[in-house]
Design a protein around this ligand. Structure first.
Ligand code: SF4
Length: 478
């Protein structure tokens, strides 16, 4: 395979390239665009013209610098050994292959795909989607030899993208519906994926029927099909072996696999907990489950949510905390499908004395709640607040009491709220009389991990608000 006829370099070395707003020529898809997608479908060979790239909409050279456009990447592939179950796994490779191109940054998947093309790539002559399509076709056929022929249609026009977008949404829903039809108990093999190790070297996904991959694009069926056709590839079998804890989802085989695949970093994972030994997150998660210590509950926010979440942080800030392949109690990257799973964070629910993990959830962005509403327990659905119901922690505290959310029956909630009730005006007055000397205050980090200690010597502080900011000591570039 050669790319010498193309004006930019292509190879895995460019994965991880970041293209900031100032460096980009154009942006495609992403949160500013309503409809965008990428989809792979297996077709009979006679329906495909191998190597063909069709552009529906304006081409790259006709786009204004700094502009944002819809993007639909529709890949049709053929080959005698291909089956429908492989489509989702092929589709996930679009992310990887686009990132091979020096001058393209690709993020996310399915209908959250987001690309930037750099000014420098454009100036070098990368000025047509025909080139992008050609690169993808060559990489698909070279990296996945069971694909014998491929053609690509690229949509960049709001009108043209409408129908294929609807078609893609139907295909995703059909895949997800099938994925929801089985449970972990029904199978004797789980699967793993290391496709994202180029971004997060210690991260590997464990994919079971009840815990879809956190990118939301690879179900247990998809992983099984991929591991079957390419057992030495990025998706592989994980024999569960002995189950140490059914509620936590701790398995001997998963622990062993993760130890090996994370280069020794991770040796124990509870796949059904966001608080204890949680599954690691790369950066591709569809949503984040985050702990809200003030009410001992959890919130869920997805990538498409543009405002700050109930904890005052935007998705992007939480994503920085969550991703990177570390175990981060209190910040857990998840797929939307996993929220619908009967095993959703069931360990966290159980240790709080709740009926299920979903009962720990007190807040969701409206975008998430709309998507999972029909799968939420009937007696809980109206008790989970959204950004339309409450916008700050104080309002959330009132909300959980008003709606009688099950979280208020937990010891953790009582402890979390007792602290502030105890520090009333009278007590505050008493604190003022504390003798001067050395006082030590420990401030835990998210989920009880990390954190820091403040040591106050011979000082008296009386203030309404204390803001602690990280100081960046790095020298500024001139
Ligand atoms: S998020 Fe997980 S399943 Fe999805 S591509 Fe990355 S490693 Fe694979």
């Amino acid at each position: 395979m050669s790319f010498v006829d193309l004006p930019v370099e292509i190879g895995p070395v460019y994965e991880g390239e970041r293209i900031r707003a100032k460096q980009m020529y154009v942006e495609l898809g992403g949160p500013k665009m309503e409809k965008h997608f990428e989809l792979v479908r297996v077709k009979p060979a006679k329906e495909i013209k191998d190597g063909q790239v069709i552009i529906k909409g304006i081409d790259l050279k006709d786009m204004k610098e700094g502009s944002t456009h819809p993007i639909g990447i529709f890949v049709e592939v053929a080959g005698p050994e291909l089956e429908e179950d492989l489509e989702a796994v092929f589709e996930r490779r679009i992310h990887e292959f686009c990132n091979f191109v020096n001058g393209i940054m690709h993020l996310n998947q399915r209908y959250t795909n987001w690309m930037r093309i750099s000014k420098s790539a454009f100036e070098k002559g990368f000025n047509s989607f025909e080139m992008l399509g050609t690169i993808l076709i060559r990489l698909f056929k070279a990296e996945l030899p069971i694909i014998k022929s491929a053609q690509i249609t690229i949509f960049t026009n709001e009108k043209e993208i409408e129908k294929p977008f609807e078609m893609a949404m139907e295909v995703y829903e059909k895949r997800d519906e099938r994925a929801r039809s089985i449970n972990d108990e029904d199978v004797d093999m789980f699967y793993g994926c290391v496709l994202c190790q180029s971004f997060a070297p210690t991260h590997a996904c464990i994919i079971t029927p009840n815990r879809m991959s956190l990118c939301g694009s690879i179900s247990w069926f998809d992983a099984r099909a991929a591991a079957k056709v390419d057992p030495k590839g990025p998706l592989f079998e994980v024999a569960p072996q002995e189950c140490y804890d059914e509620i936590a989802g701790e398995y001997e085989g998963i622990n062993q696999t993760l130890k090996k695949r994370s280069l020794g970093e991770i040796d124990k994972v509870y796949i059904y907990s966001g608080m204890e030994f949680p599954h690691t997150s790369c950066g591709c998660f569809e949503a984040i489950d985050f702990y809200i210590p003030e009410v001992n509950g959890h919130g869920i926010v997805d990538r498409s949510y543009g405002d700050v979440a109930i904890n005052g942080l935007p998705f992007s800030a939480m994503a920085n905390q969550t991703g990177g392949g570390k175990q981060m109690p209190g910040f857990n990257g998840i797929s939307i499908q996993y929220i619908m799973s009967p095993k959703y964070q069931q360990y966290d629910g159980k240790i709080e004395g709740l009926k299920s993990g979903i009962e720990t959830v007190v807040w969701m962005s409206k975008t998430v709640k709309d998507r999972v509403a029909e799968f939420l327990p009937a007696d809980l659905i109206d008790k989970i607040a959204t950004n339309e119901d409450v916008t700050d922690i104080n309002a959330l505290k009132e909300w959980v009491k008003d709606v009688n959310h099950p979280i208020i029956e937990t010891d953790g909630y009582r402890t979390a709220t007792a602290d502030e009730e105890e520090v009333d005006e009278e007590e505050y007055g008493a604190l003022e009389g504390l003798p001067l000397g050395t006082q030590t205050i420990s401030i835990p980090g998210a989920g009880g991990m990390g954190g820091f200690k403040l040591i106050l010597k011979n000082c008296k502080i009386h203030c309404e608000t204390l803001i602690i900011k990280k100081i960046d000591n790095k020298p500024k570039r001139k």
